[in-house]
Design a protein around this ligand. Structure first.
Ligand SMILES: NC(=O)c1ccc[n+]([C@@H]2O[C@H](COP(=O)([O-])OP(=O)(O)OC[C@H]3O[C@@H](n4cnc5c(N)ncnc54)[C@H](O)[C@@H]3O)[C@@H](O)[C@H]2O)c1
Length: 259
């Protein structure tokens, strides 16, 4: 019989952390052993666990020995959490977005050769298919104007979204030389560029559209998340997958491929 996978969650009281913990409670093969947040230490979580203060990460990981840590916090905190977990031999699922190039390099060298990590700006099945469709469309419509438009709730801190930035990378891989223009203002003709636009309003969970416009027509490919459950269940699926993988950094596409 397969043993229970022991899971820790950082950002346990946040929008995503709360849902991830609900998904873990529904899964028969996963057990929450620790939850961390910057505030709210001592608050109860499912399974008799209470919230630990973020500053206690190292000692609580040492005493609870999770197989995997799922992080949905903010970029600056996530980098520290990743470094600590990797040092302690705890595998990782990182959903946090908004990392700088330096932060990504730090996480890469902390993970390298030590643990397995799935890092994805979007854990939904639909967005991972969306990226494949975008690559096909960009290949076929290389001369069309391409714009990436994303919309999120008014509490989201980073812009453009991690998913929009990953979408731009998918398009750049096909086009090679395109400049990226974030929003537009003033007087300037459109060049060979990818326009990126971020809307922040109300409680929008997450919309991403890529618009391809050419002579007399346009094609729009759009993904809309109706609920964060799509991300939370994907993150739990990634946690189940990552625990027996060789050290290295994996994407959600790797997780989905092994269906
Ligand atoms: N990859 C995906 O599929 C996906 C989906 C949705 C959101 N996100 C990203 O996940 C992140 C979190 O989003 P959210 O909407 O849950 O945000 P949120 O603000 O609701 O939650 C973040 C939580 O992290 C806590 N926190 C801050 N520093 C911490 C630390 N050092 N240790 C532990 N906890 C700490 C905060 O107190 C808060 O409770 C964002 O970067 C967001 O863009 C990713």
């Amino acid at each position: 019989m397969k043993s229970m996978t022991k899971v820790a969650v950082t950002g346990a009281l946040g929008r995503m952390g709360t849902l991830v913990i609900q998904e873990l409670a529904k899964a028969g093969d996963m057990q929450l052993v620790a939850g961390f947040d910057a505030a709210g230490a001592g608050r109860p979580l499912p399974g008799g666990v209470t919230v630990s203060d973020a500053s206690k990460l190292k000692e609580v990981l040492a005493s609870t020995k999770p197989n995997v840590l799922i992080d949905f916090t903010v970029a600056a905190a996530a980098v520290e959490n990743v470094c600590t977990a990797a040092e302690m031999g705890v595998n990782l699922v990182v959903g946090t977005t908004g990392f700088s190039g330096d932060q990504i390099s730090r996480m890469r060298s902390a993970i390298d050769g030590k643990v397995a990590a799935v890092i994805s700006p979007n854990f939904s099945v639909g967005v991972n298919l969306f990226w494949k469709l975008i690559a096909v469309a960009a290949e076929a419509l290389q001369d069309y104007d391409i714009e990436v438009i994303e919309a999120h709730h008014n509490q989201k801190k980073d812009a453009p979204s991690g998913t929009a930035l990953a979408t731009v990378e998918v398009i750049k891989k096909v086009l090679g030389d395109a400049e990226v223009v974030y929003g537009r203002e003033g007087i300037r003709l459109r060049g060979r560029e990818i326009g990126v636009h971020a809307i922040r309003a109300g409680d929008i969970v997450g919309d991403h559209t890529v618009l391809f416009a050419g002579p007399g027509e346009r094609l729009e490919i759009k993904h809309q998340a109706h609920s964060r459950t799509a991300f939370a269940s994907g993150a739990v699926r990634a946690a189940r997958w990552v625990v027996d993988k060789e050290p290295g950094i994996y994407s959600m596409a790797d997780v989905l491929r092994s269906r």
